[in-house]
Design a protein around this ligand. Structure first.
Ligand SMILES: Nc1ncnc2c1ncn2[C@@H]1O[C@H](COP(=O)(O)OP(=O)(O)OP(=O)(O)O)[C@@H](O)[C@H]1O
Ligand SMILES: [Mg+2]
Length: 238
């Protein structure tokens, strides 16, 4: 991925993780984007999604429903280069999943397929986590040359369903031909073997080891020393 960098100092060009970047190369089938809240993970995923022709609110090239225009202009400065070129894919964003599910219901009313692409049930008629997993199971088809952009897919998933998502990633990697870029805070998802992890806490963003991510370190520390951490946390002055 290459970009020509505008001189503007406003959002999103002022985000430290993106400052001074001219190229990011995604070598691995699975790349995670990690970092503190507000460091720019969703901004970058969304820009890549738009540059790849997906709906900025989520979906594939065939899911072009109306959305409130909130996306940044970053996509105008990106140039994506693929070998081979991604011909299909999907952009999943936890934050606008409700709108996406409504869009699927609307499309189903026009062209009744029995929710064929979603396991046979409206996404609104499944629990939050069930609907997420139904989407991952049925829309992340094993097609060649696919680009999948997932923004916090763990948001509604129980730990065991996060493991189920790891299995889906593994099956894709075995089949070959798909690339995943995943923004996540989940220490379970980040444990996927062989993935690249890019930290948005660096300026500009840079690779980081699993064991050096905050998601891993803080979760591990909490589980090992819960009482001590809570005592220190609750005794801090306001
Ligand atoms: N449309 C916008 N206009 C101005 N600033 C924005 C806009 N969207 C996001 N921002 C700001 O840009 C920063 C990065 O936001 P972004 O949503 O990319 O963060 P993130 O890394 O995905 O965070 P999180 O982990 O909370 O999802 C935030 O500080 C946010 O306030
Ligand atoms: Mg985000």
């Amino acid at each position: 991925m290459l970009w020509d960098w505008p001189a503007e100092e406003a959002y999103p060009y002022n985000l430290p993780a993106l400052r001074g970047l001219s190229r990011i190369t995604f070598h691995r089938p699975v790349t995670f984007l990690v970092g503190e809240n507000g460091t720019g993970k969703s901004t970058l995923l969304e820009a890549i999604a738009i540059a790849a022709g997906f709906n900025p609110e989520g979906g594939s090239r065939s899911n072009m429903f109306q959305h409130a225009k909130t996306e940044s202009t970053l996509h105008e400065h990106l140039r994506l280069s693929w070998l081979p070129k991604a011909t299909s894919g999907f952009f999943f964003r936890a934050e606008s999943f409700f709108n996406f599910a409504s869009h699927v219901d609307e499309a189903e009313r026009i062209r009744a397929t029995g929710y064929a692409a979603y396991g046979g049930t409206s996404l609104h008629e499944q629990s939050h986590g069930e609907s997420f997993l139904a989407l991952f199971l049925h829309r992340l088809g094993n097609r060649n040359n696919s680009l999948y952009l997932l923004d916090e897919p763990e948001a509604a998933l129980s730990p065991s369903r996060q493991l189920a998502l790891l299995r889906i990633l593994h099956d894709h990697e075995q089949a070959g031909g798909a690339q995943f870029l995943i923004a996540t805070h989940s220490p379970i998802l980040l444990g996927y073997p062989g993935a690249a992890i890019l930290s948005f806490d660096r300026t500009p963003l840079a690779p980081v080891e699993y064991e050096d991510t905050e998601s891993y370190r803080l979760t591990r520390q909490f589980l090992m020393q819960r009482e001590g951490i809570l005592r220190a946390l609750f005794s801090q002055e306001e």
